[in-house]
Design a protein around this ligand. Structure first.
Ligand SMILES: Cc1cc2nc3c(=O)[nH]c(=O)nc-3n(C[C@H](O)[C@H](O)[C@H](O)COP(=O)(O)OP(=O)(O)OC[C@H]3O[C@@H](n4cnc5c(N)ncnc54)[C@H](O)[C@@H]3O)c2cc1C
Length: 418
């Protein structure tokens, strides 16, 4: 399908669809404009990557050329220095054009975002700060040289939900660490140059406090990828299983000093929200498609359907849901900080839940309002419908876990129990 119509629809960023009427910085405008330039081509390529369940390497070559592999690398270390909110805005624009590209870009980018200013605000001793500076410079240099970082945490246990230590173990040896374990749903498998793995230090009585965040080179002996990848949606993420068998990594591999990940996870809850923009982008894209389809602005659609009151009401209802989700998204992405208040924490969980569920609802509504011809594979809508359903499943903040945590957090103050 010709995706050129997106040029006019996406440009409605001028009336602040994306920023929801909030002012954008010059840097944010520039970065979004860069995405808009390549976006329609990514939407075009998405048909093939979805059909073949293949990684959108061509889109990643664009991202590399645009300098986006260093998007959240601090400027003083050679990157673009995008902050949390800038990342969230830019990523929602990427998701607007291609869900799998945004979902995988999140994995790469989180490796930079989580190790930059965020760690600087945490409690580290002098030695930890010095070793962190050395290690992150090492990894940022690789990112800036175009190397791709993945982030496989999930193991199929309660660990990725934040309820148990990771089963993947890291044993300290002279000059480095030896890792053994298994990671499921490793997005970018086979395409990443490094896998940012969460594991547990192999110590007697090790707990979640001993979580270690380590970047493992794809070429390390003992690392292999196995299993099929033929899922419902987000097919371009190619999230196969990663096996680590006595994999040696040197002392530059840790992305955070031992013990610091647990501190980050408890003091920076917004770090777990970085997949929301992918799904906000998909929701906006499904809405825009529905409007374009009913107006017969989508190439190949010869009949206008906008004059029927049922369509008008359905579009109005979709718009209301979309605005509710954007509102919460913008509010919450502006509240990112170390040690947020209780209500900011609760709002972040509510935002993740709202975005992931609303995205799936809007895509489902769009299929209904556009009708049978619109769900043919000629059009992007059925892919958005499938992709959007995956947002609710993302650990540690699946939509179910968000509700669990909200219910508990709202009914109990810190330190209370029954
Ligand atoms: C397209 C896609 C790409 C992905 N990419 C990555 C990636 O790059 N890296 C990565 O680490 N993971 C990735 N994931 C994995 C994702 O984060 C989950 O780990 C995966 O979907 C979990 O599947 P599961 O069947 O093992 O879930 P389970 O752990 O069995 O959970 C099933 C459901 O039960 C609920 N649940 C689980 N544990 C608890 C608990 N303790 N308390 C309350 N409720 C609970 C949750 O709602 C969850 O959705 C990806 C997933 C998808 C769909």
């Amino acid at each position: 399908m010709d995706t050129e119509y997106l040029k006019t629809y996406a440009q409605s960023a001028d009336d602040n669809t994306l920023a929801h009427g909030l002012p954008l910085t010059e840097q944010q405008k520039q970065l979004i404009a860069m995405v808009d330039e390549v976006g329609p081509t990514w939407s075009q390529r998405a048909f093939k990557h979805d059909r073949d369940a293949s990684f959108p390497i061509d889109n990643w070559n664009d991202l590399r050329r645009m300098g986006f592999l260093g998007l959240c690398v601090p400027q003083r270390l050679g990157g673009m220095g995008a902050d949390y909110r800038t990342y969230m805005l830019v990523a929602s624009r990427i998701g607007y054009y291609c869900g799998s590209t945004a979902n995988t870009f999140n994995m790469h980018n989180a490796n930079a975002l989580w190790t930059a200013d965020m760690v600087d605000q945490l409690d580290l001793n002098e030695d930890q700060r010095a070793s962190h500076e050395l290690n992150r410079q090492h990894h940022y240099t690789k990112m800036l040289a175009g190397q791709i970082y993945a982030q496989p945490f999930s193991e199929g246990s309660s660990a990725a939900a934040g309820k148990a230590p990771f089963g993947t173990l890291a044993r300290k040896v002279d000059g480095g660490w030896v890792l053994t374990g298994r990671k499921i749903f490793a997005s970018l498998s086979g395409s990443a140059n490094y896998y940012g793995v969460l594991c547990t230090e192999d110590l007697p009585n090790a707990s979640m406090r001993h979580t270690l965040f380590v970047a493992v080179p794809a070429t390390a002996p003992g690392l292999s990828i196995e299993g099929d990848w033929d899922p419902l949606g987000m097919r371009g993420t190619v999230s196969r299983t990663l096996i680590l068998k006595d994999v040696f990594v040197d002392d530059l591999a840790p992305m955070m000093p031992p013990g610091i990940y647990a501190q980050a996870a408890s003091r920076y809850p917004h770090m777990f929200m970085t997949l929301t923009p992918t799904y906000m982008g998909i929701a906006q894209a499904a809405f825009d498609f529905a409007v374009a389809y009913l107006r017969a602005d989508v190439p190949g659609v010869g009949v206008k359907r906008r004059m029927y009151p049922t369509k008008q009401i359905a579009i109005a209802q979709m718009y209301v849901k979309l605005q509710q989700a954007w509102s919460l998204f913008h509010r919450t992405t502006s509240e990112y900080r170390c040690d947020p208040s209780r209500s900011e924490r609760m709002r972040a969980l509510a935002c993740q839940h709202t975005v992931m569920e609303t995205s799936a609802e809007i895509c489902s509504d769009a299929v209904k309002v556009c009708g049978g011809q619109a769900m043919l594979k000629t059009y992007p809508l059925e892919r958005m419908f499938r992709d959007s359903r995956c947002g609710a499943l993302m650990l540690p903040w699946t939509t179910e876990i968000c509700l669990d945590r909200l219910g508990q957090g709202l009914l109990y103050q810190a330190g209370e129990s029954d």
